[in-house]
Design a protein around this ligand. Sequence first.
Ligand code: GLA
Length: 420
Amino acid sequence: MQQVEWLAAWVPDEGATRGRELFSRTFDGESDGVWSAPGRVNVIGEHTDYNAGLCLPTALPHRTYVALRRRADDMVKLASAQTDEQWTASLADVAPGAVSGWGAYVAGVAWALREAGYPVGGFEATVDSCVPFGASLSSSAALECATAAALDATFELGLMDSVDGRRVLIAACIRAENEIAGAATGGLDHAAALLCQPGHALALDFRPGLPPDEFAQLTPFDLAAAGLTLLVIDSRAPHQLVDGQYAARRASCEQAAELLGVSSLREVPIDGLLTASEVLFDAVPNEAEAKLLCRRMRHVVTEIARTAEFIALVRTGLGSDGVPNEAAVTRAGELMNASHDSLRDDYEVTVRETDLAVEASRAAGAIGARMTGGGFGGSTIALVRAGEVDAVAAAVHAAFVDAGLTAPGFLLAPPSAAAF
Ligand code: GLA
């Protein structure tokens, strides 16, 4: 039988060397440097960022490397180890709806920084990455945030030096993704790629206008000390209708909030769900539509509550000296399981492959398992006792083979560093 496939991360030195070499093979001479940013997993708090809610991501050790050299004009010239398609445009021509292709993620960051008043000009850059692509592990945010770090250094913006400055870069990357690349994502991925730290999870609160120390709080998340491992499973399910479905979920949330007269679903307390559902049923004459809005709302409101409880558990500590705090770990697993079930039944963003990966992980002894990221394919995560990682991976692999599905890829995800 085919072996379990582990998707290894490059150590940063290897990524930097690859970046430098690709640059000098592609363009004449040396780059000004190599910058990188990680993919992420979201431990819990899914589809909450655009509802002013809570999320808890960690950075993957898998990173995207951008080697970049400043130019004296406004041209952007790009090449990538992942595609033969080179990308060239003048920054003057970059605008919403005006550019397409993978280079839009890179040039969009320069555009957004210029829009925010920062003196960014043209550049040549090459991209290389070990973040699995299209696996809900934020390969696009990794590319945007590595570009942001590179432009910050080469155009001497100084934004990487403080959390406030990094929030400017996060906002620029979000604009690049929303307005230039045309994907209506929230802020989770970029905040993770620019603010996470090794050994920590990042507790994010997306209520508008919060000061930096309330928006993003680094929380020690030393799973190894608790005798645990976070196993990531790339289900390799093909993404389908991703943009349309994601945008539809956002639209339902906005519609529900509007009908309830609140600025976001964050304002609906968990014990107010019943009353809020009654309001939606009164406001929406079509019963099927009303039911759908209620299910979407219930996911968001319960997910925010689960995330708050999970963050509290992590703050108290999941264990030490290799010994788990059993009560806390069991509860953390239950919250992860409930998150997945809610994403499957109420939010309807899971697919056969991600449901199978989760079920097989649980059956093989995972403490908790859930999909991570936007859904509609992509990856799942499993909280596993350190000694059981290989057994859980083998069981998930076998379940996919038995079902006649493409074998998944497996990643280890010790909480890693943000962009540098
Ligand atoms: C995608 C988006 C994020 C977030 C997640 C769901 O990853 O890019 O902004 O909405 O989906 O939690």
